[in-house]
Design a protein around this ligand. Structure first.
Ligand SMILES: *[C@@H]1O[C@H](CO)[C@@H](O)[C@H](O)[C@H]1NC(C)=O
Ligand SMILES: *[C@@H]1O[C@H](CO)[C@@H](O)[C@H](O)[C@H]1NC(C)=O
Length: 170
């Protein structure tokens, strides 16, 4: 009986502690401006979707439990929906950037996605999910690192190299 109470107290302590932590989780903000550039990824000059003038787009590099805020401005002449592939949207399923749960961002508009990355330590990616836009750019890497207090079973890599593989059409 006594040990049972200790265990319950321990769990109460854990849940209090974790809810306190939630309030303190840092916010990390990004600004994405999507526009067309001319580039030659296959050696043929063509229109490519860029983010902040670059293809591929910036790497979102955050730590688990961070609150990620991404303001996406659509300077394309078509609708846009940014999908955060593989990111669990635990309390924000309407922010996943999938048609049906999220409305597309019309041309000249912007939308601020906000979600918490939680209990995921991995490499992901984001991509524009409408009309096969992903086959003409607009995507990039999304890294979620471990917090220092959560150890990983391998040494910290000397370097991270992001490799994105996709279909491409000229
Ligand atoms: C991501 O951020 C971590 C620090 O949190 C840093 O060690 C790492 O080099 C960064 N990776 C990239 C690809 O920017
Ligand atoms: C984003 O859209 C809001 C309206 O939804 C507007 O007030 C704001 O100026 C826009 N910001 C940018 C950077 O386009």
């Amino acid at each position: 009986m006594a040990s049972h109470s200790v265990v319950s107290l321990f769990f109460i302590y854990i849940s209090l502690f974790s809810s306190l932590c939630l309030a303190d989780d840092p916010f990390v903000s990004y600004k994405f401006v999507l526009s067309y550039i001319t580039a030659s990824p296959l050696g043929v000059s063509q229109q490519v979707i860029a983010i902040n003038g670059h293809f591929p787009g910036p790497i979102i590099n955050v730590t688990t439990n961070n609150n990620v805020v991404v303001n996406v401005r659509n300077k394309l002449d078509e609708d846009l929906l940014m999908t955060w592939a593989g990111i669990q949207q635990k309390r924000s399923s309407w922010q996943d950037g999938v048609l049906g749960t999220n409305c597309p961002i019309p041309p000249k508009w912007n939308w601020t996605y906000q979600f918490q990355v939680k209990d995921q330590i991995e490499s992901f990616f984001y991509f524009p999910s409408l009309n096969f836009q992903r086959a003409s750019g607009g995507y990039g890497g999304f890294i979620i690192n471990n917090r220092d207090i959560i150890s990983i079973p391998f040494a910290t890599p000397d370097e991270d190299i992001t490799i994105l593989i996709g279909d491409w059409y000229t």
